[in-house]
Design a protein. Structure first.
Length: 449
């Protein structure tokens, strides 16, 4: 087994035991990037100080430090500051920007012994559902390079899914660290708002809804990352009944394979003794589109002057969003702010009543890399953001949400299951997810035999 195929937990254990040296890890990680990244375009820059970081980790271990992430290579999304590295937000405006300091989350990874392998691509300003920018080009899906990873955390998930690193750090303001993992067969966890410190770093288009998120190949690694990022201790599985909804109360069609897989999952949970109840919030007609004006206005606030000077500097889709934001009326923006508050209140009330809620992470698998969005879902024409129908609500509620790889389409493409819990129940959500994934594994084994 190649060392780069180890989980973060196994990596750290072997490094602490002296079976792998941090220098060997650094060498193996660079070799894996050189082997696999050319086909994917996931990484924007490798850390030129990686060997120095490896030497520092080795010295700390020799001095007797207990490092939970000893020698683990981590990739960081291209909108999170890493001291001394180019961090561009996928934008030509920041092509020459070098981060002056680490974001606090990055500092916590380093304190735990992690090594920063490099920076991985994101869509411009993390405001697009595919990872394709004028500055860095297209990021492709390791499962099928003709397909997108989604966005905006497309580079980090491509790197982890391709075995360049076992762990990545991304951001999520509407599903950016849940949908891309779902499209690549990974776990992605959006914690309760502000549980993981945000910044120092770039200004956000929409304040108060973006979270720093770990993404990994195993649930163990998500838990390990959260113990470092937020000092999160093991939780207790939440009791049933668990609520499920195929459309999360939005009437959103599902691709046939997603619908079948989700139905099979629910039946399997019932067959294994789980209490399952079908229910969905009443959103009162509110959708993800009800709050998009906040993003458009935020982009216009941050980048409107640069857009006026030269719109061609931007990704064409982002330029369009800025233009829309420049034309917004105050009443429209106020309506979007009310919609955000209402969506959060509805979901938090629903979670307080029911506890664990499960929905598909996305209504469809990954689509062609040259498309901004799928052209149809469930055999019906769709709007550009319909693929994101089930994720932004958790951001406006500030609640924790986890995507779990739970099935594949007939073509072999990953499908994700999203599990949500009330605010502050992050540890219990992860413990419950362990129970659910164990039942999922048993059911899969029984069907296979």
């Amino acid at each position: 087994m190649n060392a780069m195929d180890l989980s973060a937990s196994d990596f750290a254990a072997r490094v602490r035991a002296g079976e792998l040296s941090p220098a060997q890890v650094a060498q193996a990680a660079r070799a894996r990037v050189a082997e696999r990244d050319p086909a994917l375009n996931a990484m924007t820059v490798l850390n030129p100080a990686l060997d120095d970081e490896a030497a520092e980790v080795a010295a700390r271990l020799a001095a007797g430090e207990d490092l939970p992430l000893a020698g683990v290579p981590v990739v960081i999304k291209d909108n999170i500051w890493v001291r001394g590295l180019p961090v561009t937000q996928g934008s030509r405006l920041f092509a020459d920007f070098v981060a002056p300091e680490d974001a606090r989350a990055v500092s916590r990874l380093r304190a735990a012994g992690a090594m920063i392998l490099g920076i991985a691509a994101c869509s411009e300003f993390a405001c697009k559902g595919v990872t394709n920018t004028p500055l860095h080009g297209k990021t492709r899906n390791p499962v099928d390079t003709k397909l997108t990873t989604g966005g905006s955390s497309g580079g980090p998930v491509a790197a982890v899914a391709a075995g360049m690193a076992p762990l990545a750090l991304g951001t999520d303001a509407g599903g950016s660290s849940r949908r891309p993992p779902a499209h690549t067969g990974l776990y992605g966890f959006k914690p309760t708002q502000d549980l993981v410190p945000y910044g120092p770093g770039f200004d956000e288009p929409v304040d108060g809804i973006s979270a720093i998120c770990p993404m990994a190949r195993t649930l163990d690694d998500i838990e390990l990352a959260m113990s470092v990022l937020a000092d999160l201790r093991p939780g207790i599985p939440m009791p049933g009944p668990y609520v499920w909804s195929a459309d999360f109360g939005h009437g959103q069609p599902l691709d046939a394979d997603v619908a079948t897989s989700f139905e099979t999952f629910v039946r399997g949970m019932v067959a294994s003794g789980g209490e399952m109840t079908e229910a969905a919030p009443d959103w009162g007609g509110l959708t993800g589109g009800s709050v998009m004006a906040l993003q458009h206005a935020g982009l216009a606030r941050l980048f409107g002057p640069a857009w006026k000077k030269d719109p061609s500097v931007f990704d064409s889709d982002i330029a369009g969003q800025i233009e829309t934001g420049m034309a917004l009326r105050a009443a429209t923006l106020a309506e979007a702010q009310r919609a955000s508050a209402r969506i959060g209140a509805i979901l938090n009330g629903f979670l307080d009543r029911y506890g664990i809620v499960m929905v598909p992470t996305t209504p469809c698998p990954a689509w062609p890399v040259d498309q901004l969005a799928p052209t149809e879902i469930g055999g019906q024409p769709c709007a550009p953001r319909d693929h994101a129908a089930f994720t932004p609500q958790a951001n406006h509620a500030g609640c924790p949400a986890l995507t779990v790889p739970f099935a594949r389409t007939r073509a072999g493409l990953p499908i994700g299951l999203q599990i949500m819990a009330p605010r502050g129940r992050d540890a219990d959500l992860l413990a419950t997810a362990r129970t659910i994934t164990a039942a999922l594994a048993r059911n899969t084994h029984e069907r296979a035999t």
